[in-house]
Design a protein around this ligand. Structure first.
Ligand SMILES: Cc1ncc(COP(=O)(O)O)c(C=O)c1O
Length: 366
């Protein structure tokens, strides 16, 4: 049986042609026309004013924190229900993460808990890193309003949610900064890569400076500050340009795969990840919760044995040994998600029969 991966790469068709052009021009490294084209395609698609192509989504978040001047001892709020790449840059900057739990309505950060924290905290946080998980948009309007009201920077982690919108506006474009990931399993991939976006041109220029070793504008190599080697190569950007041509097709197919699962599992007592009113998720991964007491491990093992890749939902950050003792505001939601949830194979090359194959295994082991 052919292996069904969670979210394997799916090339659009022009990527190799564009890589060929890169080779022909010999702009293999470091930069070149495709880096600019890739950035422009993300600006055009999402409506952001400025974009910077970098080596990963994690690097993009790191640059955002650095540009905003977040450093030693600063508090940074973050979704606890997320992937480590969302928050590791807080540690790179020697700042303190403060984790906020999720709500049931979006499975993303709970705006009420956020408000509770902001009204009661003794020390004002500098920023919030808000994740739009599994391609679903958080209550971004409410959250952005709270950030404005309390004067904290908003960084949207849209690593998994390129193509997702709220009121027609793209995830990643509401905050001070947004980031996207082009890691191997994302809706689009450059094999590895990320994009930092912002409407603030000066911030993106500063991020570009830090992403290229913070070299001063001199003929020789002059350094007043330290930077990083975070810029994306022209070869990978060529893949990105090809991938951006098919983003809408990919979103529609991910949403179709989700609908197939929903129909196929309708007889089971399960809850699929919701989608807020006025929003369109990209359904990067189809995720669902089983009722309490379901033997999730049995289902995972059965799927694995039958060559179907699946995963529990993300283990919340406050439960990670790495963050033992961190400040956290909880309501049990993300812990329940972790113990009861699963991510199913959601590749855009899947057929309805592939989905039926996965669902039959789930039904047999439910
Ligand atoms: C929610 C989230 N944040 C951040 C990242 C980091 O992105 P990257 O792997 O490109 O560094 C990822 C994915 O890998 C992610 O899923």
């Amino acid at each position: 049986m052919q292996k069904l991966f969670l979210s394997p790469p799916h090339m659009g068709g022009n990527e190799q042609k564009y890589i060929g052009e890169v080779f022909k021009s010999n702009y293999i490294a470091p930069l070149g026309a495709f880096v600019n084209k890739f950035e422009k395609s993300v600006c055009d698609y999402t409506g952001t004013k400025n974009a910077l192509a970098v080596t990963s989504g994690t690097a993009a978040i790191h640059l955002a924190l650095r540009v905003l001047g977040i450093g030693k001892g600063d508090d940074v709020l973050a979704s606890t229900f997320t992937f480590i790449g969302s928050v590791s840059a807080i540690l790179y900057q020697d700042a303190n993460p403060v984790f906020i739990d999720s709500e049931r309505a979006s499975w993303n950060l709970d705006p009420e808990l956020l408000e509770k924290y902001l009204t009661n905290c003794n020390k004002k946080p500098k920023a919030l890193i808000l994740t739009h998980l599994y391609g679903q948009v958080a209550q971004i309007e409410k959250i952005a309003k709270l950030c404005k009201q309390y004067g904290i920077y908003l960084i949207e982690d849209a690593a998994e949610s390129l193509g997702a919108t709220y009121d027609g506006k793209h995830s990643g474009t509401f905050g001070d900064f947004g980031i996207y990931s082009f890691n191997g399993n994302k809706i689009l991939t450059t094999s590895g890569g990320g994009m930092l976006v912002s409407d603030n041109e000066q911030w993106i220029e500063k991020a570009m400076f830090y992403s290229t070793q913070a070299r001063e504008n001199e003929l020789y190599y002059e350094h007043v500050e330290y930077g990083y080697n975070y810029r994306m190569s022209n070869v990978l950007a060529a893949i990105g340009v090809g991938q951006m041509e098919v983003i809408e097709e990919r979103v529609m197919k991910k949403r179709k795969v989700f609908e197939w699962y929903k129909n196929e599992l309708s007889e089971l007592d399960v809850e699929f990840m919701p989608e807020l009113e006025n929003s369109r998720g990209n359904r990067w991964l189809t995720t669902l919760l089983f009722k309490k007491g379901t033997n999730i491990n049995k289902i995972i093992k059965a799927l694995d044995k039958n060559n179907c890749e699946c995963r529990p939902l993300w283990k919340p950050m406050h439960m990670q040994p790495l963050f033992k003792g961190c400040n956290v505001l909880l309501n049990n939601t993300s812990e329940n998600f972790f113990s009861q949830g699963l991510c199913l194979p959601s590749g855009t090359l899947m057929t309805e029969d592939d989905v039926k194959r996965v669902c039959n295994i789930i039904k047999e082991n439910y």
